[in-house]
Design a protein. Sequence first.
Length: 395
Amino acid sequence: MGKFLNLLFFILISNFILSSAQNCNSYSFTNNAIYATCVSLPVQNSHLHWNYHATNGTVDVAYRHDGVSSGWVAWALNVDRAGMVGAQALVGLFESNGSVRAYTSSVTSYATGLQPGSLSFDVPAIRAESVNGDVVIYATLVLPSGRTNFNQVWQMGPVSNGAPGQHNLGSDNRNSLGTVDFVTGQAGEGGGVGGSLLHRRNTHGVLNAVSWGILMPMGAMIARYLKVFKVAHPAWFYIHIAIQVTAYGLGVAGWGTGLKLGSDSVGIKHTTHRNIGITLFALGTLQVFALLLRPKPDHKYRIYWNIYHVSVGYTVISLGITNVFKGLNILDPEKKWKNAYIGVLISLAVIAVILEAFTWFIVLKRKKEEKQQGPVGGNGAYEANGYGHGHGQAA
Ligand SMILES: *[C@@H]1O[C@H](CO)[C@@H](O)[C@H](O)[C@H]1NC(C)=O
Ligand SMILES: *[C@@H]1O[C@H](CO)[C@@H](O)[C@H](O)[C@H]1NC(C)=O
């Protein structure tokens, strides 16, 4: 069991570690400009190169979007919030003759047509070019009110009738946002500037998939199937508690990251995912407190407590798995992550079916033996299935 868990963690965590070791600094610009800092953005083959001038608070940027030869590209700072609305954008738009027109556009809604317009800060110079299949937008920005740290977004899309058309809504298009710090940027944190939101979403996904989606069902299986073995008394109880408390701890951490993501996300709300998450937290917390309030094994109300505990437990597991799938649809990672999770669930289900059959076999065999020896008082299958009372001193 321990080995299996280790493997599971390894597979899940290692898969989410972002690698963006692209070569930023070796790029030569057509005008031989040298930029002191460069970061490769986590999605959409984009790179941001810049020189920051502390004396006058300006920054010369070169936004490079590789492998684009039609449509439009844009990179923007968002001064007041995260995401697309409010973005102060530099746009590069392919003309029908193949040259790229550069202009600024202030994005005020999701329905923007990226119309040319001035930004909330000065852009004294802007131009763009298409070179070897890459688009580069060069600009000088006068950073507002001495700030050097901003949210940033970047994007590409098609042109229709000579004007920018709406971009796709795939995961790369939705994950092209983050932060940039023009002073410390060269430190190149983790997966690069802009990886932070993606990183937080992935952390949220891993924590919750492992806790609510995998550990909790495993903990329930331990309680249901280990119990039937006399030698597993009272060990099953402590293993069950240890797994569920660990799952709950990770789950609460994951839940917290989810609330923060929800309050930070502008425009798009995932109401069902959020409501299921809140319900899960409430029911999970109830289970932990109920543990402390459970009647003694031979108490006459213990059977009602058992019924309550098992039914809330199964509800938590069903909702937990449902919400992992809802989250996977929102996060929309590569297909293999969904497949990996489905694989884990199928393995657990197969193990459960085998153990279920085995449990009934043992229980019926014991019943038969009891019948042959005369009634001793146990209630066989009923007890083995979690509603009985003789759960040993620990429970
Ligand atoms: C800001 O300062 C830099 C370096 O001192 C200089 O090259 C640049 O022209 C200045 N930009 C503006 C808009 O004054
Ligand atoms: C392409 O067309 C635009 C306007 O339609 C014009 O400003 C630009 O100079 C043209 N570029 C070339 C290389 O002909």
